[in-house]
Design a protein around this ligand. Structure first.
Ligand code: AHG
Ligand code: MN
Ligand code: MN
Ligand code: MN
Length: 332
């Protein structure tokens, strides 16, 4: 039973039975994520003071200029998730290939794989706007005792055992699900403790916010153009309000609280859009659905797509159920 102002530590212990295979490992895994999030939070908060803003000088596998904080957050999360006898493999937006972790006894007996977007919205760092972290957790599918393979990472989103995000905003929050609803915890930075501030988060069924990078309008498919016009037409509770931060985590977080839709469609410039199925769309889709919202590629449920490659991109429609369904009607 979620109690407001309970600490995250207390909550994890109390809800351990929620985990399908409750051996305590998944609880420890969430624990290590909250720890890494604190370390990254500390660094993000002083980004303007120390030499940690700006480009790192490398281009990642996504073809993006890596920011220093992309690299820092990636290193911190990988470090924290390694050597705890829980995680057997990590795939990250920032790494070309997945990492194999064998456990201290070199036995490959760890059970979980983690997929991560260590720093989401990294173009916002230099201008002091909210960024985030997204994580997605699966049980390995290959036999224990052997190194992980690509099959452990290319699982459908509907196989996730947990997913969450951290938003480094006006407050830092960790929001996660293990398939039993969504709960949000706010960090008290003075004492380094997260408290349950948003129990049982729910996407309003309807909303009046639409979030899309309209600068790309000319490149959008006709269905998306028509839906944007629908959002802007004066009728009933429309026109809707446009809000777009450019950080998926922050945009979804706001829409989950206020009611809205987030769209990153395909375009004539990018045939599958921009967002990554494994590190961004699947975990956000799991959270959205657990909060009563919806996530699709415009046609099909995101979590039922069969991934074919690690860094696969996919169009993303996510938010309040009725709004996503309306947008899907325009896509037909
Ligand atoms: P990341 O910083 O992890 O590469 O992700 C950036 C993503 C996402 O956070 C955001 O919603 C989107 O890119 C913004 O893209 P545009 O600038 O093309 O709108
Ligand atoms: Mn990136
Ligand atoms: Mn991202
Ligand atoms: Mn990122």
């Amino acid at each position: 039973m979620a109690k407001k102002n309970q600490t995250l530590g207390e909550f994890i212990i109390e809800n351990q039975a929620d985990f399908q295979y409750s051996s305590g490992e998944l609880s420890r895994l969430i624990n290590s994520i909250r720890l890494a999030a604190k370390v990254v939070n500390h660094e993000v908060n002083k980004a303007g003071l120390v030499d940690i803003t700006g480009a790192a000088g490398e281009v990642n596998i996504q073809g993006e200029d890596q920011q220093k904080l992309d690299v820092y957050a990636n290193d911190k999360f990988i470090q924290t998730l390694t050597n705890r006898e829980i995680v057997c493999g990590i795939a990250s937006e920032e790494n070309d290939d997945f990492i194999t972790i064998c456990g201290q006894k070199e036995d490959h007996n760890n059970k979980y794989v983690v997929l991560i977007d260590p720093l989401d919205g990294s173009s916002n760092i230099d201008v002091n706007v909210s960024v985030g972290t997204i994580f997605s957790i699966y049980r390995r599918v290959t036999p224990m005792g052997s190194p992980v393979t690509i099959d452990d990472f290319l699982q459908e989103g509907n196989q996730q055992v947990a997913a969450g995000y951290i938003v480094y905003g006006t407050s830092t929050m960790l929001v996660y699900t293990t398939g039993h609803g969504v709960n949000g915890f706010t960090l008290n930075p003075a004492i380094g403790t997260y408290y349950l501030s948003h129990p049982d988060m729910k996407f309003p069924e309807d909303g009046n916010i639409y979030s899309i990078n309209e600068g790309n309008y000319v490149h959008f498919p006709q269905g998306v153009k028509d839906y944007i016009k629908y959002c802007q037409t004066e009728e009933g509770d429309r026109p809707y309000t446009a809000r777009y931060i450019g950080s998926l985590v922050s945009d979804i977080h706001r829409n989950m609280i206020k009611g809205g839709i987030y769209i990153y469609p395909k375009s004539s410039k990018a045939s599958n859009g921009k967002l990554r199925l494994l590190y961004e769309c699947n975990p956000m889709a799991f959270i959205a659905e657990q909060a009563g919202g919806k996530a699709s590629d415009g046609y099909q449920r995101i979590m039922d797509l069969k991934p074919t490659e690690l860094h696969q991109r996919v169009p993303f429609f996510c938010g309040s159920k009725n709004m996503v369904e309306k947008a899907e009607e325009f896509m037909k």
